[in-house]
Design a protein around this ligand. Sequence first.
Ligand code: PMT
Length: 221
Amino acid sequence: VTEPDLQGRHVVVSAGGTREPLDPVRFLGNRSSGKQGYALARTAAARGARVTLVSANAGLPDPAGVDVVRVGTAVQLREAVLKAAADADAVVMAAAVADFRPAVYAIGKIKKRDGQDPDPIVLVRNPDILAELSADRARPGQVVVGFAAETDDVLANGRAKLARKGCDLLVVNEVGEARTFGSEENEAVILGADGSETPVPHGPKEALADTVWDLVVRRLA
Ligand code: PMT
């Protein structure tokens, strides 16, 4: 039986992967399917929360009873998350957000020219949404949760990321071409700014999502 322990709460979840356009037909993207973020949205709704799901290129069906806002790029995701976060009790950033975007958007399709090398792609930094949410809380006591997608030195990188981003909880998961991305399952260690470490064994993405909400509920109480 699911306890309605998020009843009366508004939570914001981001999911999926941003796409940073190069021209009308091409983009820089990543392997996020959106499944982990959608599992967070579904489980929060099942626990009674009002849920805003900011979804980047996920291609998954809208979860029942959840407000879905669709975005493409990191800049659009930032705008939608900050707007929804204004009256939120908790924000969970499960989306894979591009750290960089092409400096120039070509209005017409970039052509290959005979005998010429391609132009290099120049990148500029995207805003760090999680760091911004953590530094400027929209409400006192708002709980901010990040994810860390790591391929190596997973826990050490996770700890450094928690300190850098300033969030309350950081869900550290290992990723690879065929690991975590797109899969139905995940495993993680959830690091708390209070020094706590909560290991979550390999299992459905819903189980990890429920553990995240358990930790959020404790911090909201
Ligand atoms: O979608 P699935 O296929 O189910 O896969 C799930 C997942 C691997 C995408 C998910 O579990 C996950 O790890 N999401 C975070 C991916 C990511 O962007 O990690 P990161 O370590 O690059 O970023 C750290 C945190 O900062 C994340 O919460 C991210 O949302 C946030 N961020 C990153 C860059 C940026 N410019 N702004 C941000 O807010």
